[in-house]
Design a binder for this molecule. Structure first.
Ligand code: GRF
Length: 203
């Protein structure tokens, strides 16, 4: 199985995935990391690990359609079985999303369907929820609404700030995202009638 990871910045989820793939000997290879920003610090980690680290700058394209077309052709040079969005901060066109239907995953730092979009930890604190978390889902044209594959929860503590809450959630992201991707490449994720199921590896 061939995996392409898309990032826009730090790339800590990307790192967790690359590390797990190696340590756990997945039947899969990270064949490329693609960023829409040249200054994404995650690119360096990928390059240091012998993974092609590619930049497709969204600013070079006049329209979303033109950027997505360029991005798609760069990705498809690597013939991926799975495209992983890991902190990729661009809204994708429905055409792009349709091209990777059933083989593109995203991680969102909230318990979907709560708190879609940006600043999810601020949204959670403002709402006064006591449970928060992260969601891995298939990407569909409807932003942050694709079939949910896995979620992890964390408590919201009384003295939490956006920073402390984000750190607690990120720790869980680094656990569930590699777990879901491993399940996908091992053929343990099924998508039926818009509902995703992950079969545990211990049965
Ligand atoms: C993560 O919290 C992810 O859920 C969100 O953006 C952040 C990216 O962090 N979409 P990183 O680049 O993986 O470190």
């Amino acid at each position: 199985r061939r995996i392409v990871i898309l990032i826009s910045g730090r790339g800590s989820n990307m790192e967790a995935i690359i590390r797990a793939a190696q340590d756990e000997k997945w039947p899969a290879k990270i064949v490329a990391v693609v960023s829409n920003r040249a200054d994404a610090s995650g690119l360096q980690y990928a390059a240091e690990h012998g993974i092609p680290a590619i930049v497709v700058p969204h600013k070079d394209y006049a329209t979303r359609e033109a950027f997505d077309a360029a991005l798609q052709s760069r990705i498809d040079e690597f013939s991926p079985d799975l495209v992983v969005l890991a902190g990729f901060m661009r809204v994708l066109t429905s055409r792009f999303v349709a091209h990777y239907a059933g083989r593109m995953l995203n991680i969102h730092p909230s318990l979907l369907p709560s708190f879609v979009g940006l600043a999810t930890h601020r949204q959670a604190l403002a709402a006064g929820v006591t449970i928060h978390g992260a969601t891995v889902h298939f990407v569909t044209a409807d932003l942050d609404h694709g079939p949910i594959v896995a979620q992890a929860t964390v408590p919201v503590l009384p003295d939490d700030t956006e920073t402390t809450l984000a750190a607690r959630v990120l720790e869980q992201e680094h656990i569930i995202y590699p777990r879901v991707i491993r399940a996908f490449v091992e053929g343990r994720v099924a998508l039926t009638d818009g509902i995703a199921h992950m079969v545990p590896d211990n049965i």
